[in-house]
Ligand binder design. Structure first.
Ligand SMILES: [Zn+2]
Length: 219
């Protein structure tokens, strides 16, 4: 293979050295020969880990949404409700903007990111490139900054709910699931989508490139 093909080169983030990118065996990492900083890790083992974590996060997400998280108190009647119910209650208290913000950061963005990651990860694990991979990966990177504010928004929700004293938070399954989900999302988010681009490149166009170099060698 031609060493000058741009796909085979990687630039060090620390010292900008341009290094030819070796294919890594499982559970190893490549370090910069000049400054010793980590360039990248082998993805094959990471891919399994991150797929499992994403699936687990999705299950935890469903648990967090399905179980009651607040107890509403209206006219002496108490009723337990889920996060969605709390958002609807916020909306009912003339706090529409807060309701929309809490909905986007605690439900919409995490769910979209998890589903988009699974859409990319599962086919790549099985060995093929899903259609629209580039658009989905770019979307995931766009959503990233919004994904981590769900902790903050949940805090805001709790404070608001307390301020209007229509509800109290119940420390049960849903709240616990939210705590775990936050940790899981932190792990999922620490995954570098660049590795997926590399893998897709190796599964897709690289194969045809290898064929043409083989053909060139034969002639
Ligand atoms: Zn370096």
């Amino acid at each position: 293979m031609n060493a000058n093909e741009p796909d085979d080169l990687i630039a060090c983030h620390e010292c900008d050295a341009l290094i030819q990118k070796p294919a890594l065996p499982q559970r190893t990492s490549a370090k910069c020969p000049r400054c010793g900083s980590l360039l990248y890790r082998s993805i094959s083992s990471n891919l399994d880990k991150i797929s499992a974590m994403t699936l687990a996060a999705l299950v935890t997400f469903v648990i967090a949404q399905a179980f009651p998280i607040v107890e509403l108190n209206a006219n002496g009647l108490t009723s337990q409700t889920t996060l969605i119910g709390a958002i609807v209650a916020l909306w009912g208290e003339q706090m529409e903007i807060m309701a929309v913000l809490v909905f986007c950061s605690t439900i919409l963005f995490p769910l979209c990111e998890l589903l988009a990651l699974l859409y990319v990860l599962l086919p790549l694990r099985a060995g093929y490139v899903p259609p629209g991979l580039n658009a989905v990966l770019r979307g995931i990177q766009l959503m990233r900054p919004w994904g981590m504010i769900e902790v903050f928004m949940l805090g805001v929700l709790v404070t608001l709910v307390k301020m209007v004293s229509i509800a109290r938070v119940i420390p049960e399954a849903a709240l616990f699931a939210f705590g775990v989900l936050t940790l899981m999302l932190a792990v999922v988010v620490s995954f570098d989508p660049r590795a997926l681009w590399d893998l897709a490149g190796r599964l897709g166009p690289r194969q045809s490139k290898r064929l043409t170099t083989d053909a060139r060698q034969k002639s």
